[in-house]
Design a protein around this ligand. Structure first.
Ligand code: ZN
Length: 216
């Protein structure tokens, strides 16, 4: 297959990835260094196609069920945060439901979304916590984006992640209906990320994880 040779892993930058699997939409590559499974660049959707897909699948509608899903991330975070903590909801979408939950609990939350809320001023302050709900799997440059998130996270601050982790038996089976999902983390990928960022990792559920940046 063309286009797969020497493709660079978008998380660790390694170039030794091999074919992991394929479905009707994509082929998926597995990086042996950070365990990320990813769709190679040539097969990813362009930004216009991405935006129209997000417009159709608005994750942030005032949906009670989705609010409950989010609480599996916001609950554990709130248990670890002091009242009035300052946070960033990264990838907040068109109608930020998660930020609303955190604000109701007394947190101060800013939002950033490359399509819906691209306010670059969020990168000029630091945060006690950052949330990424249903975001990591859509990032085309997760390594660079995660470096940026950790750079604005205070020492001792929390990164809360909701993304369905794959295992090596089933692969990214959940991805086939969502062509905008291009990166799939495993437990090992998050352990790699924690080592890179000198953070402590807590795997809470198969789609919920917290990382605490070192320091205080
Ligand atoms: Zn990698």
């Amino acid at each position: 297959m063309t286009g797969l040779q020497n493709s660079q892993c978008p998380l660790c930058g390694g170039r030794e990835a091999g074919l992991f699997s394929r479905d009707k939409h994509h082929c998926y590559q597995l990086c042996p260094h950070c365990d990320l499974v990813y769709v190679p660049t040539a097969e990813r959707p362009d930004p216009l196609a991405e935006k129209s897909s997000y417009d159709r699948h608005d994750k942030n509608t005032a949906d009670g069920d989705y609010g409950k899903v989010l609480s599996r991330l916001t609950g554990p975070l709130l248990a670890r945060l002091a009242p009035g903590s300052v946070g960033l909801d990264f990838g907040s979408g068109p109608g930020p439901l998660l930020a609303g939950q955190m604000r109701e609990a007394g947190m101060r939350v800013r939002t950033f979304d490359v399509f819906y809320d691209p306010d670059a001023s969020v990168w000029y302050q630091s945060y006690d916590f950052i949330t990424c709900s249903d975001v990591l799997e859509h990032l085309h440059s997760p390594g660079r984006e995660l470096d940026r998130l950790f750079s604005v996270l205070k020492p001792g601050g929390w990164l809360g992640i909701m993304t369905q982790r794959y295992d090596h038996d089933t692969g990214p089976a959940h991805a086939s209906a969502h062509v905008t999902q291009v990166c799939f983390f495993s437990d090992a990928s998050l352990h790699w990320l924690a080592r890179r960022q000198q953070a402590e990792l807590m795997l809470l559920e198969d789609d919920v994880a917290l990382l605490q940046k070192s320091g205080n």
